[in-house]
Design a protein around this ligand. Sequence first.
Ligand code: CP
Length: 331
Amino acid sequence: MHFLSTENWSQEDLQAILEQADQLKQQPMNDSLKGKSIAMLFLNPSMRTRTSFQLGMQQMGGIAIVLQPGKDAWGIEFNPNVIMDGEAEEHIIEVAGVLSRYCDLIALRAFPSFTDWSVDREDKLINALAQHATVPVINMETIVHPCQELALMQTMQEKMGELKNKKFVLTWAYHPKPLNTAVANSAALITTKFGMDVTLLCPDEHYLLDSHYMSKAQEFAKTYGGKFTVTHDINAAYKDADFIYAKSWGSLDFYQDPQKDQAHRKQYQHFTVNQEKMALTNNAYFSHCLPLRRNIQATDAVMDADYCVVLDEAENRLHAQKALMLKLLNK
Ligand code: CP
């Protein structure tokens, strides 16, 4: 069993992980994973994901090994049937095979290449790893970020209890660079799977998510008794919201032309989350997956407010991922 996306996981299984995460938050230390190991492959930088997995494994008696292919480990070729005359020194077939012999879990962070969305949307790198590994594989962020989803849900359940039909606003936020859509895709998937009334707020149609995630969010809203609506109206979105979740992401329409995206998005700097917008809500909580640029994506006043739960969500990465590792290892 892999954890590549929550899309094919049942709400019941995800809820069981969240409840285990709550227990681990109360009692962090145990020997459940004594002698177990996880290999973590990072093709991109990380602070929270790396620290929380390493610490989480150690707190349960196991060991986490961090590898940065192309930096402190050999570069990896992920495409099948290629003549390997480029930079990569070994193929994912051997990497997955070797790490499966050494370790009990393998995790990968592999952001999209930002060159061709029609290719990137297939999430080939993690799928190749999952195909060739004989141990469970964990997605540490590719075009979705399912570990972040678990932490978000644990945080919202802690703060608000039952989430069904609570108004969750996923707002696009300004950032000077076009960023990955992974957290936005993930937030749309998990909140609709838990029956929330979800509003996607983005500046215009160029910032809609990939059709797969838009239609999955619609499908989950229907199945689980919530709503999924899209608006470009800031006031309407914030009105009566229970939870504001901010993230910046790049336009898929301008994917091959980031300079066009940068020029286009400049008119939308007012999407910054501020106190005036938060005042429109139903005393909403605010969160973001981090890292966040203060006074670009959200103001100091919002980040320092009592309703800001970014640190709770970041802390819950630790507890939720420990619960996930136990689940994948049948502990
Ligand atoms: N939110 C998150 O994944 O943080 P890092 O990029 O620091 O791991």
